[in-house]
Design a protein around this ligand. Sequence first.
Ligand code: NAD
Ligand code: UD1
Length: 347
Amino acid sequence: MHELSRVNVARTRVLVTGGAGFIGTHCCVALLEKGVDVVVLDSLINSELNAMRRVEEISQSKIHFVEGDVRNTPLVKKIITEHNVDSVIHFAALKSVSESIKSPLEYYDNNVVGLISLLQAMQETNLCKIVFSSSATVYGVPDRVPITEDFPTAAINPYGYSKLMAEQLLKDVAKSGEWSIGVLRYFNPVGAHPSGKIGENPKGEPTNLMPIITQVAAGNREKLLIYGGDYPTLDGTGVRDFIHVVDLADAHVAALRHLYANRGIRVLNIGTGRGVSVLELISTFKEVTGVEVPFEIVARRPGDVAECWADASLSNQVLGWKAEQSIEAMCEDAWRWKRDNPLGFAD
Ligand code: NAD
Ligand code: UD1
C-alpha cells in the first residue's frame, strides 16, 4: 500500500477555483466522495451554475458556491478566511489556444494575473497548499516520446506561455517560504462522469477532438476533419495520451494527500503513459457506441505535433495513483453525456 493512502483528507476544506468547469466538476465529485468540504469560486465565464447542481446530485452533498473572479484578491481572501480553507486546487483559467492568439492580453490577465492574485490572497492568509492545472502544452514540440518531466519546456502560443509563466511563478514562490505545491501537467482529458450528468460543455465552437467527435456523432456536424494523415505514426494520424477525466480528478485527490504530507514543489505528468491515434480513437468510438463518425483527412493543423504522450511513472510512484480507465470507457462516457444532454446543462 502507498504511504499516502494513510493521509486522510476527509473534513479538510478545499477551495476549488474554476470548479464549475469540465475538469473542476469531476474533481468536486471526487473530493465530495472523500468527505472533503468543497468551496467553489468560479466566474462562470466558461461554465454554468447548473453544473454545480449536477455535482451535488451525483455526490448527494452540498457545495459552497461563490460566483466571482479569482483576480478579485479581497474576495479570495474573504473566502479563505470565512471558510477556513486548508488548501486550494486552481483550475480557473482560459484554455483555448486559438483564442489566446487572438486575445493574448485576456489570456495573460486571466491565467497569470489570476494566479498572482490567488497566491497573494493565500500568502496574506497563511495558506500554503496549492495544486495547479498545467498542461502538456509546456513541452512545446517534444523531440521524442514518451515525455518525462525533465524534458525541456517551450511554448508556441500565448496559452502555452501563460502556463509556463505560471509554472515559473510557482517555482519561485516555492523557494520563498513554506509552500506545498503540486503542478500537474495534464495530457488530453476526455470522457465524462459515468452517471451522464456532467461532462465537457464547451461554450462556442470546440477545437479539441473528443467534443467534435461527439458533435458529429450527434448529427450537429457533418463530419470530422482529421488534421493530417501523413505524420510519421503507425496510421499517419496524430497520437495523443487521452486520459479519462475521472482518473484525472482522482489524481487531484492524490495530489492533495501529497501536499498534506510534503513541503516544496512537485511537477508531475498526468497521463496514461499510452499513445492512441486519432483514427484509433474514432474506430473505438464507433465500436463501443455503434455510431458512425464520418471523417475526412485534411492538411495538418499548424502548431500540432505528431506524437505527445506521457511517461507517467513519476506520478504513479509519487502519488500512488494510476490512470485506470480504458479508451472504450472514455468513448462510452463521452457519448452518454452528449446523447443524454443535447443542450448541455440546460434543464
Ligand atoms: P473549463 O473552461 O471547463 O473550466 C475552467 C473554469 O474556470 C470555468 O468554469 C470558468 O468559468 C472558470 N474561470 C475562468 N477564468 C476564471 C477567473 N478569472 N475567475 C474565476 N473563474 C474563472 O476548463 P477545463 O477543461 O476544466 O480546464 C481546467 C484547467 O485545466 C485550466 O487551467 C486548463 O488550462 C487546464 N487544462 C485543461 C486541459 C483540457 O484539455 N481540458 C488540458 C490541460 C490543462
Ligand atoms: C490541444 C492544444 C494544447 C492543449 C490541449 C488540451 C493545440 C495546437 N494544442 O492539444 O495546447 O493543451 O489541446 O486542451 O490546439 N484533431 C483533428 N481534428 C479536429 C480536432 C483535433 O484531427 O477537429 C486532432 C489533432 O490534430 C490532434 C488530436 O486530434 O492530433 C488531438 O487534438 P486536440 O484535442 O485539439 O488536442 P491537442 O492538439 O493535443
